[in-house]
Design a binder for this molecule. Structure first.
Ligand code: PMP
Length: 338
């Protein structure tokens, strides 16, 4: 398929990359799904497309509809771009703590961006509640004019990952995949890919690499929704069990500190040239842990969710990294010593 009819047809079908350092270190074949190559720059283009197609099929989205969503940024970028190409306007609510680059990308994508306070989900000012209430207020005035994507609890999200991401991984590895590992924000990727791979190969291991500051690893390991620490990663981790995460077939879960994940992504950029974001670093750390656990000779797949350029001012900013007690590689210090 060399000619894609439109933006929606250009989502997905991403290459699987051999990660050299992780593979050499573990004796496994460690592979990264290059989701940063999606048209909106992240894996969340898949979520956005899956949610939109489902809503169109149910008659919830019609030409001229307004898409409303709460997002850490990437889903909003996907919704705004796919929406633009299909005749919808987008209003996006996101916490003010997210990277400047993502906010700018959303504005450029044509979304109306509304920044709100970064508060826990139980607080009524949380971006998901505000987005949902705003959508209702539009529908009160003009019934059926707006649609709330609801990526966290709309399971069309994980279903689309099962139908596309998982199928691609299965075909690209010719069924050799022994383990799949990634972090979870909505949980759509982990649950969708996890379920679909287990259905094809019950022995496949599914693992969660959770950033510190998230409660999910503790929940999987001990049944407690307890979070410890913090992380500079964005778009991943959770303090609650979403409908998408619920029932995900997870065999192993780890809490990964920034001091482990960020040096891995710096090394990946410096030695292999792949420039990826913070969640990809957490995923890579998880892939190495899973590869060590399974032992040499296995094929491990993880996700490179978005590009590092989306976090230039944080992940590649020596002053910011020092403030967060994250090691700064010499080359990065030198690059900015002008
Ligand atoms: N990585 C990045 C960069 C993201 O933006 C997100 C979603 N917010 C995720 C990972 C997590 O994916 P999911 O929502 O499918 O759990």
């Amino acid at each position: 398929m060399t000619i894609r009819a439109d933006l929606s047809a250009a989502v997905g079908h991403t290459p699987l990359l051999r990660l050299r350092h992780a593979s050499a270190l573990t004796g496994c074949e460690v592979l990264g799904k290059a989701e940063f190559l999606n048209p909106g720059g992240s894996i969340k283009d898949r979520t956005a497309l899956g949610l939109i197609l489902d809503a169109e099929q149910k008659g919830l989205l019609r030409p001229g509809s307004i898409i409303v969503e709460g997002t850490a940024g990437n889903t909003g970028i996907g919704l705004a771009l796919i929406g633009a190409s299909r005749g919808y306007r987008s209003v996006i609510f996101m916490p003010e703590t997210q990277s400047r680059e993502k906010i700018d990308a959303l504005r450029v994508a044509g979304a109306e961006v509304r920044l709100v306070a970064a508060v826990p989900f139980k607080d009524p000012r949380h971006y998901v509640h505000i987005a949902s209430a705003y959508c209702e207020s539009l529908n009160d005035v003009r019934p059926g004019s707006a649609w709330f994507g609801n990526q966290f609890d709309n399971t069309a999200n994980r279903d689309w990952h099962a139908a596309t991401t998982a199928l691609e991984i299965w075909e690209q590895t010719e069924g050799r995949v022994d383990g799949f590992v990634c972090s979870a924000g909505t949980g759509g990727t982990l649950a969708g890919v996890g379920r679909a791979l287990k259905a094809r190969k019950p022995g496949v291991k599914i693992a969660l690499s959770d950033p510190t500051g998230s409660a999910l690893a503790n929940y999987v390991n001990r049944g407690e929704l307890l979070a410890e620490g913090t992380s500079i990663s964005e778009g991943i981790g959770s303090s609650r069990i979403t409908a998408n995460f619920q029932g995900a077939p997870i065999d192993l879960a780890w809490s990964i500190p920034d001091q482990e994940s960020v040096p891995l992504l710096h090394q990946l950029l410096r030695e292999e040239g792949w420039c990826v974001g913070g969640s990809s670093g957490v995923n890579l750390a998880g892939a190495i842990r899973l590869a060590k656990q399974l032992g040499p000779g296995h094929t491990i797949v993880t996700v490179l969710s978005d590009a590092g350029t989306r976090y230039q001012g944080k992940l590649f900013n020596p002053a910011f990294l020092r403030e967060k007690n994250i090691p700064v590689p010499d080359w990065l210090d030198k690059a900015f010593a002008v």
